[in-house]
Design a protein around this ligand. Sequence first.
Ligand SMILES: [Zn+2]
Ligand SMILES: [Zn+2]
Length: 352
Amino acid sequence: MRAGVFHGPGDIRVDEVADPRDPVGGEAVVRVVRSSVCGSDLWAYRDISKGEQGSRTGHEFTGIVEAVGDGVTTIKPGDLVVSPFMWSCGTCMACRAGLQTSCPSGQFVGGSYDAGQGERVLMPLADGSLWKVPDGTPEALYDQVHLLSDVLLTGYHAAKLAGVGSAGLDGHPVTTAVVIGDGAVGLSGVVGAKLLGATTIVAVGHHDDRLEIARTLGATHTSNLRGKQLTTQIRELTDGGAPAVLECVGVTGALMTAAAVVTGGGNVGSVGVPHGVEHAAWLGMLFGKNAALRSGVAPVRAYMDEVGPAVCAGELDVSAIASDRYELGELAGAYTAMDNRTAIKSILVVEP
Ligand SMILES: [Zn+2]
Ligand SMILES: [Zn+2]
């Protein structure tokens, strides 16, 4: 079969690789119909983190189950499934609590199994990991449904961690949120904040075209400013700051902004994977406000049940996030578009 292979920084190719073996206990083989390039795929591509020469690429896929091993009960051949970017057992304490990304048996898709950017994937722990897409979901929605594998629900996680919709200091649900970042996760954070009941949503980023999209997804205000001007504007727009701040970037400046605009006793929900985060002035600001920093890898498997049905029914339109389409053979171009930030999200359409 064909699959993406890392040949070095800036050099991802589609190579012929071995077909998956037959699934054994708990495993499934999935024929991929959609995959994608993630912001985190760019770390090795840009040589920020060390990529392993010859390793398979991608951790996001949606596809049709071809075969299952003994003991798999929740999916069967022919089912359309979305995979979370990490697999999980589904039965341990963390999984039962909806924190599948803390499953002791969990791991990022790939490794000794197939990665996501390819024609087929052998997947372990199929029952605890793969989410069955409701029957009748039209193919026209597959690009959006595929966003459930990571970004859409990572943004949703930021909104959850930030406490949108939960009781604030006054006992009423928090309805004011600031979303920092205009990438696919930040835009998904806007969607998540709206789903959880936010009525004032300030989206912050540096790309005016993406901030326009943020408005179509639910942002009530946007800002492309930086530094002090930015925090001043956010405070004006939110009547002094926000009890919920979604940090969807993961660098020092974003954490500084978050700490500066969160209100006393509020929550910063951080899903930007920390990169070179330094000097802890932002931590001091949170300390002074009794504000919480809640961060972590999104348990997207738990949220598929909450958000997936609306996407599959066409009731939640997130098509603007699935901005660019490529065939698997155009994988290099899909990476370039993400690297240049011309694509919000490069979707790979995979056909046999
Ligand atoms: Zn991803
Ligand atoms: Zn588990």
